[in-house]
Write a protein that binds this ligand. Structure first.
Ligand SMILES: CCCCCCCCCCCCC[C@@H](O)CC(=O)SCCNC(=O)CCNC(=O)[C@H](O)C(C)(C)COP(=O)(O)OP(=O)(O)OC[C@H]1O[C@@H](n2cnc3c(N)ncnc32)[C@H](O)[C@@H]1OP(=O)(O)O
Length: 242
């Protein structure tokens, strides 16, 4: 008599193989991690809605949620580790660029320059990140638990089409708004002469960061479009080794 696996479809067999290779400890850790991250971003969403309903303005909202945002966005650094040790099938480079650019936005732009914290662009990228991350982490969680509702899968691989550009617009407008303050204050800059004999201008560094979105963002976006074709339309995509 044929075993259950022999009876299964190619898709089922592939899922079983993937699970076996991932291992129990890794699966348990990822389940815990994804539940914690879904909960964290949900807390953030509730805090934002409550603040807006109580105050009727977005002014002061960033300060109200800053701690939670910094904590959960920084925690996402673990994702680079997940890829590096091979417990998730994702590129370290793609994940690294995504996570580091977000951490940079949170710590070295929004958190460091108080004057821009009430900009609408800050609210734009925080709202977009929040919606995206609730969907993404619940997708991973339900997927690991083998109970993935189709609408979450659909949302994970469709919402980014609009959300990614919106998030980028919010981030770029925020960096742009910070430029005059950075120039005036000379923050994080090193002027000559100094004992190291090096100079660094954070103002120009921020302009370089903004320009680096031009080559880097399309790569992240096309990566997600490929993932979308693979997951929603079953296309076999041959990726180059990183
Ligand atoms: C220091 C100076 C910094 C300079 C900065 C330069 C700027 C560069 C430009 C950067 C622009 C970024 C802008 C961005 O911040 C804006 C926004 O995010 S706006 C909001 C919209 N965003 C999105 O929709 C994000 C989309 N991106 C992502 O989801 C990820 O970041 C990405 C790494 C791109 C995801 O790719 P991935 O390959 O992981 O896709 P999948 O989700 O399909 O996963 C692939 C497989 O891995 C499994 N997996 C992954 N993670 C987990 C996990 N945590 N738990 C369990 N399993 C996981 C997943 O299930 C897939 O498995 P399988 O292949 O078996 O199906």
């Amino acid at each position: 008599m044929a075993s259950g696996e022999e009876d299964g479809t190619v898709e089922e067999k592939e899922t079983n193989n993937k699970k076996r290779t991932k291992g129990t400890i890794a699966t348990a850790w990822l389940t815990f991690y994804n539940i914690a991250m879904t909960a964290g971003w949900l807390v953030l969403a509730v805090a934002m809605v409550r603040y807006y309903l109580q105050k009727g303005t977005h002014k002061g909202l960033y300060r109200n949620i800053a701690r939670t945002l910094k904590f959960f966005q920084t925690f996402a650094l673990l994702e680079v580790g997940h890829c590096a040790i091979g417990i998730v099938r994702t590129s370290v480079i793609v994940t690294g660029v995504q996570v580091c650019s977000r951490i940079f936005m949170v710590w070295f732009v929004t958190n460091s320059i108080r004057q821009i914290q009430n900009e609408e662009s800050v609210i734009l990228f925080v709202v977009v990140w929040t919606i995206t991350e609730i969907t993404r982490y619940s997708f991973y969680t339900f997927n690991l638990l083998n109970h993935l509702p189709y609408f979450i899968k659909w949302a994970r691989y469709n919402m980014f089409i609009v959300m990614y550009p919106l998030g980028v617009i919010g981030e770029l407008l925020t960096i742009h708004a910070s430029l005059p303050y950075v120039r005036r204050s000379g923050m994080y800059s090193l002027r000559l002469p100094n004992k190291y004999n090096v100079s660094f201008d954070y103002y120009y560094f921020l302009i370089i960061v903004m320009l680096s979105y031009i080559p880097l963002f399309p790569q992240l976006y096309f990566h997600m479009l490929r993932q979308r074709r693979r997951v929603l339309h079953g296309e076999i995509i041959v990726e180059k080794d990183e």
